[in-house]
Design a protein around this ligand. Structure first.
Ligand code: HMG
Length: 420
């Protein structure tokens, strides 16, 4: 018989857990894995809350941004990412460190309308600019106290049928999603009152008004045992960066590597990584072809990296205000406002990319990555923490260790333990 899940959300967290356990025939051990330690908070944060899901947090070391040294928390499940970010940061810190700049930080949104005269709408929006800005601010007045507010409205023709009125807002220290949606709905109401056929009003995750640029140089001697070898590595990294510009297949992987670092910090800082992901990938495709986000070139002094990415993040509000860990992570990183946060996140992305490219053009990714992946391989195939030392040691001796090797080694180890 099909289960009846109607009004499941109205049950208590404990009742939900019991129902799911019964439906899925969970074993006592599986049930034990579904802990509800954070129920008092999480049950109010999402719907149909069932259990806590823990991810590991580590810190990236050696990061220097605009002359300040940072220790940055990263939340990630993938081995070798934090090692690589630290490695890239160390390479870049040996020089001047990473420089980071933000041109502007505005969040955008649109009120989409149908069958309007573009010229008439443009004229109306120009004439009523001040009124509409006041209206938007009045719908969320606290933003003015926080130094932000609605900035401007423009009209954009989408096709013969649809037109958008774009609103740009300074969200202060917040990411600003709720803020701008409230403002957009107020603006949409104003147009509806004037008989405009409004289809919808919503923020855009295309954060091209929240760009952060990071740059850094590694001297040749840090890239190889000799100056010449280092120069050779620099040339190859520059080539790899060119390939990511011309080949979308490579660009996707290059950018995935950058997002390893970006997402991990975004998550540690309680931000919406889906918003960041969609903004970054849209930006990577903004020329009409999906391209690598980073640019590495050989200069007189070494290898110089340059990357601009959109970062729609906030320092306050949203999950940042709910998770105590976010406040702790702000303290660990010594990051005190949203601009600094954006700079640090982008810098981690650049460092991450450098380490990956260096590995790719020298030893290949598997050497460094797989040596750190072995623990994960062992645990995924039943190795207990106390057995890790032996199993990983044995796996290191093998050319291409896999799940079968772990299983055989465990049998061997457990047989030995039994006989001792
Ligand atoms: P190495 O040269 O053997 O490292 O690199 P090292 O022993 O010379 O150490 C240099 C620094 O790296 C250390 O300095 C640490 O900061 C850090 P120290 O603090 O010792 O003075 N480091 C570590 N940090 C934490 N734990 C460790 C550790 N080891 C070094 N165990 C390393 C070894 C793995 C770092 C290097 O091979 C590397 O950077 N590889 C790249 C790995 C990578 O990119 N992983 C991401 C996952 S793969 C992927 O998804 C993305 C990709 O496809 C993207 C793309 O294609 O562009 C690659």
């Amino acid at each position: 018989m099909a289960a009846n899940w109607n009004h499941f959300y109205q049950k208590s967290a404990e009742q939900r857990l019991a129902l799911v356990a019964q439906w899925a025939h969970l074993t006592p051990s599986q049930l034990n894995d579904l802990q509800q330690t954070n129920a008092p908070i999480f049950d109010h944060l999402i719907e149909n809350y069932l259990a806590d899901y823990a991810l590991p947090e580590g810190v990236v070391t050696h990061l220097t941004v605009n002359g300040t040294a940072y220790l940055v928390p990263m939340v990630i499940e993938e081995p070798s990412v934090i090692a690589a970010a630290s490695n890239g940061s160390k390479l870049l810190s040996a020089g001047q460190g990473i420089s980071a700049t933000i041109k502007e930080r505005l969040l955008g949104g649109e009120v989409v309308m149908k069958n309007v005269s573009n010229a008439a709408l443009s004229a109306l929006v120009a004439r009523q600019q001040v009124t509409l800005i006041q209206l938007a601010n009045a719908s969320h007045p606290s933003i003015l106290r926080h130094g932000g507010g609605a900035k401007r409205l423009t009209v954009r023709k989408l096709d013969d049928q649809f037109t958008a009125v774009d609103l740009l807002v300074d969200p202060g220290e917040a990411m600003g999603a709720n803020l701008i949606n409230t403002m957009l709905e107020a603006v949409a109401g104003w147009f509806r009152d004037r008989q405009y056929d409004v289809i919808m009003a919503i923020l855009t995750n295309n954060a091209d008004h929240s760009l952060v640029r990071v740059q850094g140089t590694v001297s040749f001697d840090r890239l190889g045992a000799t100056l010449e070898a280092g120069r050779n590595v620099a040339d190859r990294i520059a080539d790899a960066s060119t390939v990511a510009k011309i080949d979308p297949h490579r660009a996707v992987t290059n950018n995935k590597g950058i997002m390893n670092g970006v997402d991990a910090v975004v998550l540690a800082m309680g931000n919406d990584w889906r918003a960041v992901e969609s903004a970054v990938h849209a930006f990577a495709a903004s020329t009409g072809q999906y391209r690598g986000l980073s640019h590495w070139r050989v200069t007189q002094t070494g290898l110089t990296g340059d990357m601009t990415i959109p970062l729609p993040v906030g320092y306050v509000g949203g999950a940042a205000g709910v998770f105590q860990m976010v406040a702790v992570n702000h303290a660990i990183a010594h990051v005190t406002d949203v601009s600094e946060l954006m700079k640090v996140i982008a810098a981690v992305g650049l460092a991450q990319n450098l380490a990956a490219l260096k590995a790719l053009v020298t030893d290949g990714i598997q050497k460094g990555h797989m040596s750190l992946q072995l623990k994960s391989l062992a645990m995924a195939n039943g190795t207990k923490p106390a057995e890790l030392g032996f199993i990983v040691g044995e796996l290191r001796k093998l050319a291409q260790p896999d799940a079968e090797d772990v299983k055989q080694l465990l049998v061997q180890l457990r047989k030995q333990d039994f006989h001792e």
